[in-house]
Write a protein of this length. Structure first.
Length: 345
C-alpha cells in the first residue's frame, strides 16, 4: 500500500503539490504569528522574566502593578529576607546630541540579580550603568555618557546586556546608591525563595502575576493568542474540506478497487499515509521557514522562534490534518463496487 500511495502522489503531482502548499502556508502563518507573539512578549517583559526571583512584595491595593507600588528607603531597610527593587520609566538623552531615548531605569539591592554582561565590565561606582544592547541602535557605546533629565544626572555606560527590556524600552540598570541619591522610591521587595514575613504593609505576588500587569502585556498576548486560535479553527475546516474533496473525487476508484478485492481498511491506510506524508513534509518545511525568517525581517521587529511552542502548534496542525482525513474516509467505507463498475460501463 505504501508504493500505491507514492505512485498516486507521483502521478497526480500538481494536485498533491497544491494541497501541500496550502498546508504549508497555513502552518507558516501559525508559526509566524506565534513567533511574533513570543517576540512581543520578550520585548515587553524580558527583563522581568530574566530575574531569578520567585515573588514580589508589593504595596497594598497595587493590583500587582509595579507602577502603583511604592516603598520608601526607610521601609525597604525594614525588609526581612528580601531585597529592594525599583523600576521607573523615564526618558534618557545622549549627552553629545541630546537625542531622546525612551528607556526604563531599574535597580537591584541584591547584586546577584544583575543581568549577564555580554560586553564591558560591571559598574565600579554609582555613576556607571549597565544598559540593554538595543541602546546601540541609538548610537550608544561603551563609555558613552547618558543624561538623565528627570534627575539632572549624567551616567557612563560601563557594560551591555541583552534581552533586558521593559514595556518595549531598553533597561538602564542604575546602582542603588544613585537611585537613593536622586530620590527615587522602590517599587517592590523581591525574594529568591518563598514569601518571608514583612513588617511593612503589602502583599506577596508571583512573578507571573506581576509580568501579566506590565502595561500592554496582557492585551498584546490575548489579541495574538485569539488570532492563533481562530487560525487553527479555520485550518480545521480548510484542511478537512480539502481532504474530503480529495477523497470524494476518488470514490469511483475506491469502488473499482473494492470490486477486484481491495478491502476498505487497506484503502483507508493508503489515504491516511498520503495525508501523513503531506502533513509531515509541509509542516516541517513551514517550521524551517519560520526558523530562517529572522534573517530576512527588519532588525527592529520582535520575533522569537521557540522550538517547544512551534512543536506544539505543529503537532496540533498535524492532528487536525489526520482528523480531517479520517472523517473523509467515511466515503471510502460507503464506496459501492457495483455502482463504480456500472459507471465504468
Amino acid at each position: 500500500m505504501f508504493s500505491l500511495s507514492i505512485k498516486e502522489m507521483t502521478f497526480f503531482k500538481l494536485k498533491y503539490l497544491l494541497i501541500g502548499f496550502i498546508l504549508f502556508f497555513v502552518a507558516a502563518l501559525v508559526f509566524i504569528i506565534s513567533g511574533l507573539a513570543n517576540g512581543l512578549a520578550n520585548d515587553n517583559a524580558s527583563s522581568m522574566k530574566e530575574l531569578e526571583v520567585t515573588n514580589f512584595y508589593l504595596a497594598e491595593d497595587s493590583e500587582n502593578r509595579l507602577d502603583r507600588s511604592q516603598f520608601t528607603i526607610e521601609q525597604a531597610e525594614k525588609a526581612k529576607d528580601a531585597s529592594a527593587f525599583g523600576v521607573q520609566m523615564q526618558t534618557t538623552e545622549k549627552d553629545k546630541d541630546r537625542k531622546k531615548i525612551d528607556s526604563t531605569f531599574m535597580t537591584f539591592e541584591n547584586k546577584k540579580l544583575l543581568p549577564t554582561i555580554i560586553e564591558g565590565k560591571l559598574p565600579q561606582n554609582a555613576n556607571e550603568v549597565i544598559v540593554d544592547k538595543t541602546m546601540q541602535e541609538h548610537g550608544v557605546k561603551l563609555g558613552s555618557v547618558l543624561y538623565l533629565p528627570s534627575v539632572e544626572k549624567k551616567v557612563k555606560v560601563s557594560a551591555f546586556t541583552e534581552h533586558f527590556t521593559y514595556s518595549h524600552t531598553p533597561v538602564i540598570v542604575i546602582q542603588p546608591a544613585l537611585w537613593e541619591k536622586v530620590g527615587f522610591t522602590y517599587n517592590a521587595l523581591v525574594s529568591t525563595s518563598g514569601t518571608p514575613a514583612q513588617s511593612i504593609d503589602g502583599d506577596w505576588s508571583t512573578k507571573e502575576d506581576v509580568v501579566a500587569q506590565i502595561p500592554g502585556y496582557s492585551a498584546e498576548q490575548s489579541s495574538l493568542n485569539m488570532m492563533l486560535s481562530f487560525l487553527i479553527i479555520i485550518a480545521v475546516f480548510v484542511l478537512g474540506a480539502f481532504f474530503y474533496i480529495m477523497t470524494i473525487q476518488k470514490v469511483q476508484q475506491f469502488g473499482i478497487l473494492k470490486a477486484i478485492g481491495a478491502k476498505s481498511k487497506s484503502l483507508i491506510r493508503t489515504t491516511m499515509l498520503q495525508v501523513f506524508i503531506l502533513s509531515i513534509t509541509s509542516i516541517t518545511l513551514a517550521a524551517l521557514f519560520a526558523y530562517i525568517l529572522p534573517l530576512f525581517i527588519p532588525e527592529g521587529m520582535p520575533f522569537v522562534f521557540e522550538p517547544t511552542v512551534i512543536l506544539s502548534y505543529g503537532a496540533a496542525l498535524f492532528a487536525v490534518s489526520l482528523i480531517g482525513a479520517l472523517i473523509s474516509t467515511i466515503s471510502i467505507v460507503k464506496a459501492d463496487p457495483i455502482q463504480a463498475m456500472g459507471r465504468v460501463e
